[in-house]
Design a binder for this molecule. Structure first.
Ligand code: SF4
Ligand code: SF4
Length: 136
């Protein structure tokens, strides 16, 4: 089986060697798809994990035991560049700052896909429906 999982780390769990343990102890193969690591606040990582169902369950149990939140990610977020009017509304709800304004002089809203955790908040607030959710 293969699954994409969102991991959320508290400040004191970010330094744990979880990647090493998932491979070595649970024989899981994985890809880090996105990561937003901050030593001072909650960090997140999106990983794609592949392995047997039994090992997958054991690996998730191991992470939960470390107080790392795990949730499946079954959707993807995209922005329709032809619709976005750079109003900035979405930046106020995007906690991982995947939507942000780099240069306040030109007020252009950037979308960093690699930071997105697919929470869908931007989809709900975008007045012109530029943010879209697609499911696997
Ligand atoms: S809320 Fe929608 S239109 Fe406004 S900046 Fe964000 S994506 Fe673009
Ligand atoms: S779904 Fe939207 S609000 Fe949520 S993290 Fe991604 S870009 Fe930000």
């Amino acid at each position: 089986m293969k699954k994409r999982i969102i991991l959320r780390f508290k400040k004191d769990t970010i330094d744990k060697p979880i990647v090493y343990r998932l491979v070595k102890d649970f024989n899981l193969v994985f890809n880090i798809l996105r990561a937003n690591i901050s030593p001072k606040a909650e960090s997140m990582m999106v990983i794609e994990v592949e392995g047997t169902e039994t090992n997958f369950k054991k690996g998730m149990k191991y992470l939960t035991g470390l107080d790392i939140d795990t949730e499946p990610m079954e959707q993807d977020i995209n922005r329709d560049e032809t619709k976005c009017v750079h109003c900035g509304v979405c930046t106020s709800v995007c906690a991982p700052e995947a939507l942000y304004i780099k240069d306040r002089k030109i007020m252009k809203v950037e979308f960093d896909y690699n930071r997105c955790v697919a929470c869908e908040l931007c989809v709900r607030v975008c007045p012109v429906k530029a943010m879209n959710v697609s499911f696997e």
